[in-house]
Design a protein around this ligand. Sequence first.
Ligand code: CP
Ligand code: NVA
Length: 305
Amino acid sequence: MKPRHYLQFSDFSRAEYEYLLERTRWIKAQFKQYKAYHPLADRTLAMIFEKQSTRTRLSFEAGMQQLGGAAIFLSTRDTQLGRGEPVEDMAQVVSRMVDIVMIRTFEQAILERFAGVSRVPVINGLSNEYHPCQVMGDIFTFIEHRGPINGRTVAWIGDSNNVCNTWMQAATIFDFNLHVSTPPGYEVETERAGIYGARHFEHFADPMEAARGADLVTTDVWTSMGFEAEDAERKRDFSDWQVDADMMKLAGPDALFMHCLPAHRGEEVSADVIDGPQSVVWDEAENRLHTQKALMEFLLLGKVA
Ligand code: CP
Ligand code: NVA
């Protein structure tokens, strides 16, 4: 039987997300009460990193251990991948030795090639195109603070990157409005985001207008990993796309602020916003742990409740 993978947000249905969010609430409550829950005893997660990470590595590694399993960290530099071993060969070998794999890499096609021959579930821990685990954690965080996200408005300010593409997929599945404002030349490629006839998506030339009345304002670095050569140019092009106190005022006092982190205060977000009362960035980071535990449980055991 072919394993189930999680390579992009649209790989799961709304009903499956509702199940995962419910499991996340239960798993988080157990964790907060120091109650052991070891459904993945004797299971092993391999984590392959071709880019750096703090949160993704920590949340997957700690999460697998907390579920009773083991996690192994592999980086391009220390494996034969870095010396040109084909992705398919790596997938054959890795998936005979572990039960589940998480990969952070460059092109989405690399993940798809790996998953195409893997005997075990593969999770996208960030690619150039998507970051589904991030947005699953973000949606859980929004619901914890504000209740259901359907019908609400999320404003994305900045680069039309992997996280933005993932929000676009999420808007369709969770039925909320996504306002996106990017500088000219950095607009969303709806085809790349996997969105066709996106009725939940609206582009705004003016970032202030995108944020007006939003329930959630979110942003990300101006220069994502792998795009460092464009850094100076991007700093110039994105200078008007900072989430600051004036922008949050337009969103309103109940609006939340999120950032997947790492953040650059004074660039995509001002310090008073990210460190201010509307910011939920630390809850957002923590919830990566709980949502991914639910995700691994689901991919390995199916529905348990
Ligand atoms: N948000 C996120 O994925 O962080 P890391 O790059 O630290 O994993
Ligand atoms: N868009 C950022 C997200 C980091 C978690 C990047 O790809 O570098």
